[in-house]
Design a protein around this ligand. Structure first.
Ligand code: NAP
Length: 447
């Protein structure tokens, strides 16, 4: 049998495991995750109100319950855990599916003022990630600025505008629900540095903003009109044209009297976060204009947009992995069809899939063909890899080295505890938000 370790149990890790066992009956797979819970960004990134996308967990579950796949949670690979070199000894091959673990920075003054967070910090908090901190995101704020116009920006904007009735049925942790239910943030500006035809959000996600109860979405027609592709959409690909049509509809809509107001702004690039009363008070933007080559240039005109809460939603970024090469320009591991490349040479037995392979783009389904490509490369190498005799069952070896993985039964115990917590609160499933409660549920003991 070929023993493969997949590091990361998000969509790319699960699709890699699935592809391996589907394509080869002589493969067994351990899916390792540093968290005791599987599913990666499906559990800790997909917004709680996107139940349909979250239900993808059911597909990923069938992969992790396959009889040749084992889930080993709570196993850190790298510093403080299992060294990458040790993992290579324990398995014939290792596939890193660790995603893009951090966020990009703006690199402007005031970026780290109190009240300014990366969107990923906010998402982690309302998704109950055990490393998230409750930093009182919405406390004392009535205006918010979301920087960036990708799907994560749309997610956090929508979550800020959702009311208690819509949030209560979700699995968001109780503390986040209480905070968002009491939020006084009524004015949310989502701001793009380029034009409407260059926004990264998808039309389905954009349209959803217009369906939020008691929420008005406005777009300034003059701002849209700065984009030549808005004025003449004939050259635009269909997805961008649909975005522009939705924005056009909002620009023409009469004003409403709603509790929440979402303003979609364009051609404004952030240059500084301004302080007021010891925290962020506004974002200073420079007005931009198209440079004729798909980018923008500054105009020397500035606008301050009031905000006591700033969410920087400018994309994720991969982080270097111990013992693996890394391309800082792209935030990815250099690879050839998923095979890790070291100093121009393919490293046998080491592979990547998902965002750490191709960068943080695409929807969940994009990971399926990406994983398949990597698995094809790995199975081409299998006849060579399998010649190395493994000394022991990797699981037994890990335990002998003091690592106590959370097995599938441990995860199922977490699921039961979350259902019980929800029932006790008169809600559906409610996520456990911290390490202590997760590990207590998984192992039946306190940590
Ligand atoms: P993204 O799609 O790459 O969008 C990043 C946004 O930040 C862009 O508008 C970008 O503008 C802007 N930006 C980057 N640097 C900036 C700077 N220095 N100043 C101002 N703006 C800046 O990233 P994302 O929203 O984090 O999404 C990541 C991936 O996850 C995407 O593939 C997305 O579709 C996916 N996702 C999907 C869903 C869903 O399907 N529901 C939900 C969440 C995420 P420029 O274009 O000008 O660079």
């Amino acid at each position: 049998m070929l023993h493969v370790a997949v590091v990361g149990s998000g969509p790319s890790g699960c699709y890699t495991a699935q592809s391996l066992v589907q394509q080869d009956p002589d493969v067994v797979v351990d899916v390792l995750d540093r968290l005791p819970c599987p599913y990666g960004l499906v559990r800790y990134g997909v917004a709680p109100d996107h139940e349909k996308i979250k239900s993808l967990q059911n597909n990923l579950r069938t992969v992790l319950e396959h009889d040749r796949v084992r889930f080993l949670g709570g196993v850190q690979v790298g510093p403080g855990g299992v060294p990458a070199a040790r993992l290579r000894e324990l398995y014939h091959a290792v596939v890193y599916c660790v995603g893009a673990a951090t966020d990009r920075h703006l690199g402007i003054p005031g970026e780290n003022l109190p009240g300014s967070w990366s969107a990923t910090e906010f998402v982690s908090w309302y998704s109950a990630h055990p490393d998230a901190v409750d930093d009182g995101f919405v406390r004392g704020a009535h205006s918010a600025v979301v920087i960036g116009v990708g799907n994560v920006a749309v997610d956090v904007t929508r979550m800020l505008a959702r009311g208690t009735a819509e949030l209560t049925p979700t699995d968001m942790p109780q503390a986040a629900l209480t905070a968002l239910a009491g939020s006084r943030v009524t004015d949310i500006s989502m701001v793009g540095r380029r034009g409407p035809s260059q926004a990264r959000f998808t039309t389905k996600e954009l349209r959803e903003l217009g369906t939020l109860p008691d929420t008005e979405v406005t777009v300034d027609p003059a701002e849209l009109g700065r984009d030549p592709a808005y004025v003449d959409t004939s050259g635009l690909p269909a997805p961008q044209r649909r975005n522009v049509e939705v924005l056009h509809g909002w620009a023409e809509s009469p004003p409403q009297d709603s509790r929440h107001h979402i303003r979609l702004r364009f051609f404004l690039r952030p240059v500084e976060l301004l302080a007021a009363a010891g925290r962020v008070g506004a974002v200073r933007f420079e007005r931009t204009e198209p440079d004729g080559q798909g980018g923008v240039k500054g105009t020397g005109h500035y606008e301050d947009v009031e905000a006591q809460l700033v969410l920087r939603s400018v994309g994720y970024r991969g982080v270097p992995l111990e013992g693996l090469p890394f391309d800082p320009a792209t935030g990815t591991v250099p690879n050839l069809a998923g095979r890790v490349v070291r100093e121009g040479l393919v490293a046998p037995g080491e592979y990547v899939a998902g965002w750490i392979k191709r960068g943080p783009t695409g929807v969940i389904g994009t990971n399926r063909p990406c994983a398949k490509e990597t698995v094809t490369s790995l199975l081409e190498d299998a006849s060579v890899l399998v010649q190395r005799e493994l000394r022991a069952d990797p699981f037994t070896a890990l335990r002998a080295e003091g690592i106590e993985p959370v097995e599938w039964t441990g995860w199922q115990a977490i699921e039961r505890a979350e259902a019980e917590l929800g029932a006790s609160l008169g809600r559906g499933v409610v996520k456990l938000p911290d390490w202590q409660s997760l590990m207590t549920a998984a192992h039946g003991t306190t940590v």
